[in-house]
Design a protein around this ligand. Structure first.
Ligand code: ADP
Length: 413
């Protein structure tokens, strides 16, 4: 079939392939779903009021057109899927307005379509289903087998019905979103329960052995006490981190910003990490633009730096150097914490900022972390109006970056 009459589409700007539109469409979970009375009622009304033999709610991804509801005469094909290039409805998404076709044989957009050739779809009126977030997901359309001049009143009527279809689609999105939140909550509870149980099991094991008296007077008894103490510390850290993150994410943690000298913050943070770094034979170094200051909550910035520095030290080989760099970038200060450790694989660069996400599932346990440090860093930096990210090459080290404002933010921002 010749596509000569169709205006060329640049795949980069083809609205049908817009990834954000497709994501919104998939989020409805309506593609491929079973017929539902709430949609069928609207196609029935459309067919009845516009006196058309055919009325459909079509949803379009980048490949296919899916009829979520189809009011059609007997003999109309059963399969609700058809290729999107053949679709009349696609033009409502491309043009983002009602598509009025009096005679498809004379309309260059659709005169080559199989719908005309095989199904004799001659007249067509379609209105795009545009969500309140601006994405056009599909079309409410009516069609017939004879040429037909559609009136303005008919276009208005179909547009009103299309608004009702859109409301139905948005209801699905609300339900899907609520389900997703409930799922994330369940997932979080099970992760937290697991994270708390691990150190508790260790403590219980050590205490059990001590209580049995079998280790009395042996060096293992001391070791068991150390294990119990270490795991109790881990539990306290975990709970403190969880409380911190909860306060940060719910906006209940007030920042106390002030003008602070970056050199002082870095010095304080390095001091806090020194013991742990020396323990793993890592040297800490700093390079800070002279006189650099930021408008930030000093305690929280130290918390971010301590987290990043202790991670950098933890994941560095013995003898390595970890470097903090802070530069004046005009309205912002740019911080970098660089290590020459094992690095982070490209597919984990974003994920590690999520709660309890690690490169390796043993990282938190083996390295004594809680898996919450970077999520806390991100919340603190974002609350200051800054950004945090990481660049890394697997096997060669990582650089964590974050920005902080140098001046107070104007009120209302
Ligand atoms: P944790 O308390 O486990 O360190 P974080 O949220 O601070 O939790 O870090 C999450 C995970 O990100 C770590 O468990 C580790 O897998 C990875 N990670 C963080 N910093 C580094 C680093 N400098 N080098 C390599 N991996 C890192």
């Amino acid at each position: 079939m010749s596509r000569d009459s169709e205006p060329p589409q640049d795949p980069g700007t083809d609205p049908l392939r817009d990834p954000a539109r497709l994501a919104a469409l998939h989020a409805t979970a309506l593609l491929g779903s079973a017929p539902e009375e709430s949609f069928d009622r609207l196609t029935r009304i459309a067919a009845e009021f516009l006196d058309a033999p055919l009325a459909l709610v079509n949803l379009l991804d980048d490949q296919r057109q899916f009829a979520k509801s189809c009011f059609a005469p007997p003999g109309w094909p059963d399969d609700p899927n058809s290729p999107v290039e053949e679709s009349y409805c696609r033009w409502t998404i491309v043009e983002r307005q009602p598509v009025v076709i009096a005679d498809a044989r004379k309309d260059e957009r659709v005169r080559d379509s199989v719908f005309l050739r095989d199904l004799n779809l001659v007249s067509y009126l379609g209105v795009p289903l545009i969500l309140s977030n601006g994405h056009a997901l599909g079309t409410l359309c009516v069609a017939g087998f004879e040429p037909r001049e559609w009136t303005e009143r008919e276009v208005r009527l179909l547009a009103d019905l299309a608004a009702s279809v859109t409301t139905e689609v948005e209801l699905r999105l609300d339900v899907a979103e609520r389900r997703q939140i409930a799922r994330l909550k369940d997932e979080f509870v099970s992760i937290v329960a697991h994270e708390l149980r691990t150190p508790l099991t260790s403590i219980r094991g050590s205490l059990g052995l001590l209580a049995s008296g079998r280790l009395n007077g042996t060096p293992q008894a001391q070791r068991m006490l150390e294990i119990a103490a270490q795991n109790s510390d881990r539990l306290v850290r975990l709970i403190n981190d969880m409380l911190d993150l909860d306060r940060l994410q719910s906006g209940r943690l007030e920042l106390n910003p002030a003008r602070v000298e970056v050199a002082r913050l870095v010095e304080q943070s390095m001091h806090a990490v020194e013991g742990a770094a020396t323990g793993v034979q890592v040297t800490l170094e700093a390079r800070i633009d002279p006189g650099l200051d930021v408008w930030a909550d000093p305690d929280r910035v130290v918390q971010v730096l301590v987290n990043l520095l202790s991670n950098a030290a933890k994941f560095s080989p013995p003898g390595a150097v970890v470097e903090v760099v802070a530069e004046n970038r005009g309205e912002q200060a740019l911080f970098q914490v660089r290590d020459r450790g094992r690095g982070i694989p490209a597919d984990k660069l974003d994920a590690i900022f999520e709660r309890f996400r690690q490169v390796d599932s043993s990282d938190a346990r083996d390295k004594g972390g809680t898996g919450l440090g970077l999520a806390i860093c991100r919340s603190i930096v974002q609350q200051h109006g800054g950004r945090v990210w990481v660049a890394s090459e697997w096997g060669k080290g990582s650089t964590f970056f974050f920005t902080l404002p140098r001046e107070p933010r104007p009120a209302g921002e």
